[in-house]
Design a protein around this ligand. Structure first.
Ligand code: COA
Length: 332
């Protein structure tokens, strides 16, 4: 291809969540907690848990297929598939598996890992290929199977997470740019606040040749530090973006934050002077699905016609890394 494009347009959305529902009261049969504690501290009532036959590839495929159906694109015309995930069912990459299931044989597909900022970083990455004129049509997926890596005996973290996927279809255009602006940040110095580390089990191959066998420890989190980071940095990065593109919250229809905790959503909304009615939230039903939350929320709001054509959305992802970012989008 290689012709000059100036921007991207948003063409379709899709999502998928597993059927199994894990309510707060069911968790309270396992660890010392209660529905009341979880709801008041997080806003979460329940989350979805993948069945044995489900995976990031399967959830990502279903979300992507649903987004493609909204666009009515011929699948052969898709050039790029970027899958944001931290929980791939194949560490070598789950995106090509999604490509195969879709039959998107002309696309290149790869994974991108940035935890709960993953979808946002993937959307920005894919957009650069489109704006640069390399590719015309892309599917950006956020999918995570957190249930496989949660320590289900740790009440401080297990209450937060769930499984799910969402996808967005974007297309290059030379008429306008509906990705109005973006910001991305990481601070690896604070990475220890939230980790899913390899478990480094010492083994030996032969004689004294040692190696670390593969595998991961469950999620480790310092909840208070992550909370403080989110309520401090997310308003700043959004404000900075508004300044760069000459916007303010009055000109924005929806604030769509990574769905981590209702108290984080409310605090960021307050700092940015967004009225409650503009803050999108569905974490009550799904908890934190990591890279899945933003496109899952977006798809629900689009299908319910809450988000309409030409609505302006300020979105922000934040989490492990530490990583965080923001984007200003016009839907359509
Ligand atoms: N049920 C009941 N009590 C719990 C509990 C649970 N599930 N989890 C922790 N507690 C207890 C603690 O043991 C502590 O008791 P203590 O005072 O006797 O020691 C008390 O509740 C307060 O703990 P604290 O950690 O201060 O709670 P909190 O108000 O900070 O809420 C989180 C904890 C995890 C909900 C909150 O810190 C949070 O949401 N942080 C952000 C995490 C996040 O979003 N991570 C993903 C980012 S992408």
């Amino acid at each position: 291809m290689n012709f000059k494009q100036i921007g991207v347009s948003f063409k379709g959305s899709g999502s998928y969540v597993p059927n199994q529902i894990l309510t707060n009261s069911k968790i309270s049969n396992k660890v010392d907690t209660s529905d009341e504690w979880i709801k008041s501290r997080t806003g979460i009532s329940q989350r979805r848990i993948s069945g044995l036959e489900e995976s990031v590839t399967q959830m990502g495929y279903k979300a992507a297929m649903s987004a493609i159906q909204m666009t009515k694109w011929d699948i052969e015309t898709i050039d790029l598939i970027v899958l944001a995930t931290s929980t791939p069912n194949d560490l070598f990459g789950s995106a090509p598996g999604i490509q195969a299931k879709l039959g998107a044989n002309n696309a290149v597909a790869f994974d991108l890992t940035a935890a709960c900022s993953g979808f946002l970083f993937a959307l920005i990455t894919a957009s650069q290929f489109l704006k640069g004129g390399t590719y015309k049509r892309a599917i950006v997926i956020g999918a995570d199977q957190m249930s496989s890596y949660v320590d289900w005996n740790d009440r401080r973290s297990c209450i937060l997470f769930g499984d799910g996927a969402g996808a967005i279809a974007i297309e290059a255009t030379n008429e306008f740019d509906n990705l109005i602006g973006f910001n991305m940040r990481t601070d690896g110095r604070k990475g220890s606040f939230l980790n899913l580390p390899s478990n480094k089990k010492k083994d030996s191959i032969i004689d004294n040749i040692e190696f670390s066998s593969g595998g991961f420890s469950p999620i480790q989190m310092n909840g208070q530090e992550v909370y403080k980071f989110a309520v401090r940095e997310v308003p700043l990065i959004i404000q900075d973006l508004f300044k760069k593109v000459n916007y303010n919250s009055d000109k924005v229809d929806w604030l769509l934050l990574h769905q981590a905790n209702q108290r984080i959503l409310d605090s960021v909304g307050d700092k940015l002077k967004f009225s409650k009615g503009k803050i999108l939230s569905n974490l009550q039903n799904y908890g934190n699905t990591s890279a899945g939350t933003i496109p899952l929320m977006m798809d629900e709001a689009i299908r319910k016609k809450t988000i309409k054509q030409n609505d302006i959305i300020a979105t922000s992802g934040f989490g492990a890394g530490l990583s965080w970012g923001a984007a200003l989008i016009k839907w359509g």
